[in-house]
Write a protein that binds this ligand. Structure first.
Ligand code: UGA
Length: 458
């Protein structure tokens, strides 16, 4: 690996770790990725991404070819670098509380390795962790295993990550902000120096604070975004009861108020993904343990869970009964351009459809292999959108894939048994579908089978 005054190691080559590693290497900073998964490490060493993320494969290939990125299962690799980022997973425990076992083990392994290192080393917690974790959990483990006190020779920072799947590389290269929660000035200066090197002097807004505040920034961001989605889904459900009203118009208008903002106001089947539900549960659990029940976030989660029932109700209203009806589910991934199905709303909807006796056939351009690992033969799978809707009694749009936008009203009319469509992602223009049995989240109708009358934004 090429040496630089800034060389880094990253422990945990999952989504965040790998994208972070690739972007550091792309900026000429020597990077060592460390993971306990031997197969994953071998794949990365060949410059192949073990997960789907636009641009990641190309970046890894270039980084490996330029000898700026290496991967290993050996934690002593960290001693060849100045800074180690901890990016291991922090899943939910049974009660929703955060499970820190991977973080604790990674810190132990890192601490053992660093014991043999001479010179200053900075440890950065990038995994999403509840406030207090770096100070109360990581710090004592590190001190114990390195036999060094956090201070002049050993630095510790929290540095939460805000990247989104599907745009992770771009988000990492052009973040809105960098948040550094430092245990002391030396740690803060070291990490700021690394950021300056990374952003070549054009540093994004930088917030330097204590580790606890930095961790709460991460949870507050995800809690706010999730709440914004549950808010617009609530408005969508109200709009849907009111003939002629379209939540899209309402969202556009309220979004023009700078205090509200236009982003994350897309009504749909409810949020999914590996973060929002997990992080809200961890935050609720953490807060309750400290004696405060954050009812707002409970409502955010409950609203999200119930949104799947709304979608199934819409299908049921169109069909009368779902028993023995063939329902085509278009889209399985939690959002477009990913094969990730974690907490995807499609699974909540499929579960309810099956409970009501529907026969489900699903299509997704990327996520079918992952879906099969969970659902196996409980549902049928199709290779393309048209064969999915063939002979179906109802089609439910669950992910906003471009491939699905290409389906025309005539496709639904000619392929389906009856053209009943539930557009849970609002990918179609209701005007185009006015002759079909088209219902959509947040679209108020005169009657479910009649023509649409929609207020429009000029
Ligand atoms: C989310 C946050 O957006 C990132 O900032 C954060 O770093 C990340 O979690 C994390 O904690 O690791 P991500 O889960 O990749 O990122 O996906 P989002 O783009 O935020 O979408 C989450 C869900 O909300 C998706 O199911 C999406 O379809 C849904 N969504 C999003 C809506 O239903 N409406 C919207 O307007 C926006």
């Amino acid at each position: 690996m090429k040496r630089d005054t800034h060389s880094i190691s990253i422990i945990g080559l999952g989504y965040v770790g790998l994208c972070t590693a690739a972007t550091f290497a792309s900026r000429g900073i020597g990077t060592i990725g460390i993971d306990i998964d031997h197969e994953r490490v071998q794949q990365i060493r060949k410059g192949k991404a073990p997960l789907h993320e636009p641009q990641l494969d190309d970046m890894l290939k270039t980084a490996v070819k330029n000898k700026l990125l290496d991967a290993t299962t050996d934690f002593s690799g960290a001693t060849d670098t100045n800074t180690t980022f901890l990016t291991v997973g922090t899943p939910s425990g049974r009660d929703g509380s955060i499970d820190l076992s991977f973080l604790k083990q990674a810190t132990i392994d890192l601490g053992r390795a660093l014991r043999k290192k001479h010179g200053y080393h900075l440890v950065v917690v990038k995994s999403t962790v509840i406030p207090g974790t770096p100070t109360n959990i990581v710090n004592p483990i590190l001190e114990d295993f390195t036999k060094t006190k956090v201070g002049p020779s050993l630095g510790l920072c929290a540095n939460p990550e805000f990247l989104k799947e599907g745009t992770a590389i771009n988000d990492a290269l052009h973040p809105d902000k960098i948040v550094i929660g430092a245990s002391d000035k030396k740690s803060a200066d070291r990490l700021t120096g690394l950021c300056k090197r990374f952003y070549r002097g054009k540093l994004p807004p930088l917030i330097i604070t204590n580790p606890e505040s930095a961790e709460l920034v991460k949870y507050a961001s995800n809690a706010f975004l999730a709440t914004k989605i549950s808010f617009i889904n609530t408005i969508a459900n109200i709009a849907q009861q009111t003939p002629g009203v379209d939540v899209g118009t309402v969202a556009k208008a309220i979004g023009l108020d700078a205090r509200i903002g236009e982003l994350f106001l897309k009504a749909g089947p409810g949020y999914g993904g590996s973060c929002f539900h997990k992080d809200l549960q961890a935050l609720i659990n953490y807060s309750k343990k400290n004696g405060y029940n954050p009812v707002l976030f409970q409502a955010t989660e409950e609203t999200n869970e119930k949104q799947a029932t709304r979608i199934v109700d819409m299908a049921e209203k169109l069909l009368g009964s779902l028993s023995d009806k063939k329902v085509a589910v278009l889209g399985l991934a939690f959002k477009k351009d990913t094969d990730d199905i974690r907490e995807a709303a499609s699974f909540r909807v499929i579960g309810q459809l099956r409970k009501k006796g529907a026969q489900v056939i699903a299509y997704d351009p990327m996520a079918i292999p992952n879906a099969k690992k969970v659902l196996s033969d409980q549902i049928d799978y199709a290779n393309n959108p048209r064969s999915t809707i063939k002979g179906a009694d109802c089609a439910v749009i669950m992910t906003e894939w471009e491939q699905l936008r290409k389906l025309k009203p005539k496709d639904f009319r000619s392929y389906m048994k009856t053209p009943n469509i539930v557009d849970a992602r609002r990918i179609y223009d209701p005007e185009d579908f006015r002759e079909l049995n088209y219902v959509a989240v947040g679209l108020g109708q005169r009657n479910p089978t009649g023509p649409q009358q929609v207020s429009r934004v000029p």
